[in-house]
Design a protein around this ligand. Structure first.
Ligand code: SF4
Length: 242
């Protein structure tokens, strides 16, 4: 990507001023995280409580299983399932909460204004949307965009775990409080989860927490923190690559 284009996307994240001056990003106030431990060479099969054989499904069978899923009740109100999109050999995996109205209508995660900002965040890192894999914790939209229920997350979790096992990403970016708390099985607030290198479940895959683009649209002053998170993710991936 050209430097001019990168600066344009940095500008979209609210960090144009220092970028145009050519200054390096300000050092983070928090201490540097410990270097990432190597990702396990082969992600262990996951157990699944919902589908029994989900751990053995290939991409086509997994997509078909999700498309016909009626495990948690959200099938009653969805327009369609939102399986996930992107590069199945991606190094980066982005995981959000659940489809919203636009996603439910289009069948793709992170579309609309929040999706556009996510694309710009990725571009600022030098990544095209097509280079990463994007999915949600839930594959169906909760009515009125309410928070996912714990039972719904438990029902849907095997699908995401299978996606992670198939992709074997080198890093996972959990965007938003709901995604972060469900992926990490914690109720810790998002501010305390940011700035650390977590691990996703039993996979060993590094996981970085950042704000949801929809939140950043409402709170643009937080974009700088999101940029810090993206840089932490890039450093973590770089450290893991040795
Ligand atoms: S949210 Fe997940 S578990 Fe619930 S119906 Fe949709 S695909 Fe099935």
């Amino acid at each position: 990507m050209s430097e001019a284009r990168r600066l344009r996307y940095l500008g979209a994240m609210g960090i144009q001023a220092w970028a145009e001056r050519g200054a390096k990003p300000a050092p983070a106030a928090r201490p540097e995280p410990a270097p990432a431990a190597p990702v396990v060479a082969r992600i262990a099969p996951v157990t699944d409580a919902a589908g029994g054989d989900v751990v053995r499904l290939d991409w086509d069978a997994l997509r078909a299983r999700v498309a016909g899923c009626a495990l948690c009740g959200l099938e009653k109100t969805r327009t369609q399932t939102v399986f996930g999109v992107g590069n199945r050999q991606a190094q980066w995996m982005v995981v959000g909460e659940a489809p919203g109205a636009d996603e439910d209508r289009q069948g793709e995660p992170f579309v609309g204004r929040a999706g556009q900002l996510l694309n710009e965040m990725l571009w600022a890192l030098g990544l095209a949307r097509e280079e990463v894999y994007i999915a949600n914790v839930l594959k169906c939209r909760p009515p009125n965009n309410r928070d996912p229920g714990s039972d719904e997350v438990a029902c849907c979790e095997p699908y995401l775990k299978r996606q992670v096992a198939l992709i074997q990403p080198r890093i996972i970016l959990a965007v938003g409080r709901i995604a972060a708390q469900n992926l990490l099985k914690t109720d810790t607030r998002i501010g305390a989860l940011r700035g650390q290198v977590h691990r996703y479940a039993d996979t060993g895959v590094p996981l970085i927490v950042t704000y949801h683009p929809a939140y950043l649209l409402r709170s643009p002053l937080e974009k700088r923190k999101a940029w810090d998170d993206l840089q932490l993710a890039a450093r973590t991936l770089g450290a893991a690559a040795g």
